[in-house]
Design a protein around this ligand. Structure first.
Ligand code: NAG
Ligand code: NAG
Ligand code: NAG
Length: 254
C-alpha cells in the first residue's frame, strides 16, 4: 500500500493546521564560520539581508536576497518546510533570524536548521548550487525488528520520493509506505527552491547515499545539508515537536 504524494498530503493537511509551536523552539542544528572583526559594512549587509528575508519568506515559504558591494556582499536564503501556512512559517523565520545573530554574532557565513524552516547567509553567491559539502545525520538509534525488509522498503520509497520531489515547484514532498502489520514509514524530502530539477536531484542523490550508509536499519533518520534535507520515521513526525538525538556526523567539511 503506497500513497501518492498528493493523496498523502490531502490526508495530512487537517493535521498540519494544529502543528505545535514547539516545532521551531529549538534549532536542530546550526553552523557559524568566516568570523569577521567588528566590520560595520559586513554587519550592515547581514542586517539588510536578514530583514529582507524576514519580509519575503512567509509570503511564499521561500526568499533569497543579497546586499552590499564586492567583498562586503552578503547572500541569503530562507525557506520554510513545504506546505506550511504563513502563520506557521513567519514565527520560525523570525526565530531563526534572532537565534543566528545570537549564536553566530561575528560570522559572515551561517546556517540554521529548524523543523519548520532553514536560514543561510554567506559571502559567496550560492544560489542554484547543490551544496552537500556540509551534512549532518540524526537518529534516535532505534533499529527495525526486520532490518532487511525495512531497508528494502525504505530505499525503494526514498528513490520514488526523490523522483517526485525534483519535479515539484515547491521542491518538497511527503511519502508514506507500508512495511508490515502496524508498521509504516513516513518520509519527507525538500530542496531549497533556488535549485533547478537537476541540481535538486544531485543533492538528494548525495543524501540518499548517506542514508543508505548511516541510516541503514534505523527506525528514523534525518539528514541535513545546505541545499536539501531527507527525513523519515515510523510515526507521523510532521506534527510532533522534534526529538532527535545525534547519531553520527557524516563526512563533509564545515
Ligand atoms: C568565531 O566566532 C564564534 C562565535 O563568536 C566563536 O565561538 C569561534 O571560536 C570563532 N572562531 C574563530 C576561528 O575565531
Ligand atoms: C546590525 O544588527 C545588530 C543586531 O540587531 C545590531 O546590534 C547592529 O548594530 C547592526 N549593525 C549595523 C551596522 O547596522
Ligand atoms: C502544497 O500545497 C499546495 C497548496 O495547497 C499544493 O498546490 C501543493 O501541491 C502542495 N505540495 C505538494 C508537495 O503536494
Amino acid at each position: 500500500m503506497e500513497f501518492s504524494g498528493k493523496l498523502f498530503i490531502f490526508l495530512l493537511l487537517p493535521l498540519l493546521q494544529i502543528s505545535t509551536c514547539d516545532a521551531y523552539a529549538n534549532p536542530i542544528y546550526h553552523s557559524c564560520s568566516k568570523n569577521f572583526t567588528s566590520d560595520n559594512l559586513i554587519q550592515d549587509s547581514i542586517n539588510k539581508t536578514l530583514s529582507s528575508l524576514l519580509a519575503k519568506t512567509p509570503l511564499d515559504s521561500f526568499g533569497i536576497s543579497s546586499f552590499g558591494d564586492g567583498f562586503f556582499t552578503i547572500f541569503g536564503l530562507s525557506q520554510c518546510r513545504g506546505n506550511l501556512t504563513v502563520e506557521q512559517c513567519a514565527p520560525c523565520i523570525t526565530k531563526a533570524k534572532e537565534e543566528i545573530r545570537t549564536l553566530c554574532p561575528n560570522s559572515a557565513e551561517t546556517r540554521i536548521w529548524y523543523d519548520h524552516c532553514f536560514l543561510h547567509y554567506g559571502t559567496t553567491k550560492f544560489f542554484g548550487e547543490p551544496d552537500t559539502s556540509f551534512t549532518r545525520v540524526f537518529s534516535s538509534g532505534l533499529i527495525a525488528a526486520d532490518p532487511y525488509k525495512f531497508n528494502y522498503k525504505l530505499m525503494d520509497m526514498v528513490y520514488r520520493m526523490n523522483a517526485m520531489t525534483v519535479g515539484m515547484d515547491e521542491k518538497f514532498s511527503m511519502y508514506a509506505t507500508h512495511v508490515s502489520k502496524n508498521l509504516n514509514i513516513f518520509a519527507t524530502a525538500q530542496c531549497t527552491r533556488d535549485l533547478e530539477e537537476l541540481a535538486c536531484r544531485q543533492c538528494l542523490d548525495k543524501l540518499s547515499e548517506i542514508f543508505s550508509g548511516y541510516c541503514k536499519y534505523h527506525l528514523d533518520c534525518y539528514v541535513l545539508s545546505s541545499s536539501c534535507v531527507l527525513r523519515y520515521a515510523v510515526s507521523e513526525f510532521l506534527n510532533l515537536p522534534v526529538s532527535l538525538s545525534p547519531l553520527v556526523f557524516a563526512a563533509g567539511s564545515d
